[in-house]
Design a protein around this ligand. Structure first.
Ligand code: FEO
Ligand code: CA
Ligand code: CA
Length: 674
């Protein structure tokens, strides 16, 4: 690998490929609150369970006199497809994006476009941190739409900017994996511009005459960066392991990094999830003593040395600030309606490589967040708040996420499963206390900071890279994307991770016991094993009615639309792996069509598909095109600023490829795929 210069996304993949789990255990301002009337909530709570996505867009958008479709019982009256669109032919090598016939797919905003009113115009090839902190960041991932005044044509769009590809952004840089060889070219100007291109954006958007636009000079507009001051709250706040020389209180931190997917709460806040934070730290010790700190750093793959920020900012050097990495790897809650609000890192939800925060309001009113830890052989988590969602008083939900129980999943071979509480000092059902001082955990703060180590002790199931996990509000099912795991050995498989190696990933469907998302147990089933159905050895399990365009691999993020239909965005399909780009596929989950998939959208070459997100009326489908033009891992020559694989979406000489949001609408209007 050392001779192979890897672009960041490939470096992430390679690192996740190693896996750091060496255990061998079994295997809206007040807007939203105003709109959620007590009546809506109570009505919702009477149902089996109520997803945030259900309460919220439906409560906001159901036209007077109409009622939402009844929750599915798992059987459809007729086995007709639930999706109505003409399938897109997949492309193996296209410089641009493609959408199914009859739809428009228009770029809404690109890297470098203005977010704040005083942003200067984008200047290709010139690293400028001051400009970048006002402009749209790089590598858009999660997208969340928050309606304004119940509207599906006017709202806030929140966006994560996960990471940067310096080699495509600026001249003279190589896709890098070697600190000594490649970091020399990273000037302070480049490093600081990269830091400003991370984080997130809040955009006010409006649809007029069928077309979406970002509202210029919006009072909601905001850029969050790797330097935005944030609070740390919950049981790990102020912990000794959270203190640094810049923050002796252990309660304030600058910025969020590598924010991958996320979620929107029913009270209209944005949950944005720090994933591969380890890559931003350097300071590998030559000979490391095996201290508890060193063991914990290693379990989190820190420092991975993928970025040169540590050269200019001591806090990213673990030899100088050993606790700074403990302040990353959290779920951050942000109020998009108040650009002056301080983002909060919610430590009660645990520290790991968070993919996203799929959520639901449980039948008893408590808030439940499902979470994947995206690394080979890592775990699936669930967080249940102690308190209930208050639908009348938005402010009452302000600290809801600071108190609750984090659990990790164990999948049994018989299709059952259990949630194991990560609670310091609590005996398990056999009366044993694993999370104790004796086993290296002084208190609950430490259990959360080192959640992976705690989960190792409890014997959680080592999974094939848990990515997104989302709830279907129509039937209470929970979908889990396991993107791939090339390191799983043939003799290391288990029922929930049945292929070794797992080159193409799979999707698991969980059913909470009794429809209770806080229950200690669940059942599970494999919805799909991905990869080509034409190659018997691959062991894919698509429904035979799936066409050659319909199969995919490397499932990453889900959108469950307001009709309870499942859409998947992929990360890792390319010409040599699967003969298709990443994109969006629609998946049937019920009846005789269960397991049929159809292609709806394809990204340009080198890109990954992110951010699938619908407006509540299902008339717009927002997707995020991440790292267009990035070097495929089998390429002989790197794709760079000077010679990129594509110049999507501008296609102008001298203009680099630019990550962008695409708004998909039906020509002539109407609901997507209906
Ligand atoms: Fe950032 Fe797990 O993908
Ligand atoms: Ca992802
Ligand atoms: Ca991924």
């Amino acid at each position: 690998m050392s001779n192979h210069r890897l672009p960041p996304a490939v470096a992430f993949e390679a690192a996740e490929n190693e896996g750091s789990n060496t255990t061998s255990g079994p295997t809206m301002g007040d807007l939203v609150a105003e709109r959620l009337s007590r009546r809506d909530l109570v009505k919702g709570l009477a149902a089996v369970a109520v997803a945030a996505e259900l309460i919220w867009p439906d409560a906001l958008n159901a036209a007077p006199g109409t009622s939402a479709p009844a929750p599915s019982t798992g059987e459809t009256a007729a086995d007709a497809s639930r999706f109505s669109f003409t399938e897109l032919a997949v492309s193996p090598d296209s410089p641009t994006h493609h959408v199914a016939e009859g739809y428009d797919a228009d770029v809404l905003i690109r890297w470098g476009d203005a977010v704040l009113a005083d942003a200067p115009p984008f200047a290709p090839g010139k690293p400028d941190a001051a400009a970048q902190r006002l402009q749209y960041g790089y590598n858009n991932d999660f997208l969340g739409y928050v309606p304004i005044d119940r509207r599906s044509d006017h709202g806030l769009l929140v966006v994560n900017h996960e990471f940067t590809n310096g080699e495509l952004m600026f001249p003279g840089l190589a896709p890098r994996s070697d600190k000594n060889a490649d970091f020399q070219a990273v000037t302070r100007e480049v490093a600081d511009a990269e830091m400003m291109a991370h984080g997130g954006s809040v955009l006010e958007i409006r649809r007029a005459d069928g077309k979406w636009n970002v509202v210029a000079g919006s009072k909601f507009a905001r850029r969050i960066t790797a330097e935005t001051p944030m609070d740390i709250s919950g049981p790990a706040a102020g912990h000794a392991r959270m203190k640094t020389s810049a923050d002796p209180s252990g309660t304030r931190v600058l910025g969020m990094i590598n924010n991958c997917a996320g979620g929107i709460t029913p009270w209209g806040t944005w949950l944005t999830c720090e994933e591969n934070f380890n890559g931003y730290f350097w300071g590998k010790a030559a000979a490391e003593p095996i201290t508890p700190e060193a063991r914990a750093l290693r379990r989190y793959g820190t420092p991975a040395e993928w970025y040169a920020w540590g050269r200019y900012h001591d806090r990213f050097d673990t030899l100088k600030e050993p606790n700074e990495p403990n302040r990353f790897g959290w779920v951050v809650e942000i109020d998009p309606f108040d650009p002056r609000s301080t983002p909060v890192k919610r430590t009660a939800m645990g520290r790991f490589k968070h993919e996203g925060a799929g959520n639901i309001v449980n039948g008893d009113g408590r808030f439940v967040v499902y979470q994947g830890d995206d690394e080979r052989f890592d775990y699936v988590y669930r967080f249940v708040t102690d308190g209930k969602v208050d639908a009348e008083n938005r402010d009452a939900n302000k600290t809801l996420l600071d108190h609750g129980e984090l659990c990790v999943a164990r999948f049994h071979p018989d299709g059952s499963g259990e949630w194991l509480p990560l609670v310091h000092g609590r005996p398990n059902k056999d009366g044993q206390v694993w999370l104790s001082e004796q086993n290296g955990f002084q208190n609950q703060g430490e259990v959360l900071i080192h959640a992976r180590l705690a989960a190792d002790l409890l014997g959680a199931t080592r999974m094939d890279r848990p990515e997104d996990i989302e709830v279907n509000p129509r039937n209470g099912k929970v979908y889990l994307a396991l993107t791939n795991n090339s390191k799983r050995k043939p003799d290391g498989t288990d029922a929930a991770n049945p292929r070794g190696p797992n080159t193409f990933g799979h999707i698991i469907e969980l059913t909470p016991t009794g429809g209770d998302h806080a229950a200690p147990t669940f059942t599970w089933d494999i919805l799909l094993k991905c990869g080509s159905p034409d190659i018997a050895d691959v062991g894919a399990s698509f429904n035979p009615a799936t066409s050659a365009n319909g199969w995919f691999a490397m499932p990453d993020n889900f959108a469950v639309d307001a009709d309870g239909r499942l859409w998947v965005a992929t990360d890792g399909n390319d010409a040599h792996r699967t003969g298709r780009h990443d994109g969006i596929w629609a998946i049937e989950t019920e009846g005789a069509n269960r397991g049929v998939a159809r292609c709806f959208f394809q990204v340009p070459v080198g890109a990954e598909m992110c951010g699938p997100c619908f407006t509540p009326d299902l008339e717009t489908f927002f997707v995020a095109v991440q790292h267009p033009g990035e070097t495929p891992d089998d390429a002989a020559t790197p794709s760079t600023f000077e010679a990129p694989l594509t110049r999507w979406p501008d296609f102008q000489d001298g203009m680099p490829p630019r990550p962008a949001i695409v708004a998909i609408t039906r020509k002539g209007g109407g609901r997507i795929a209906s």
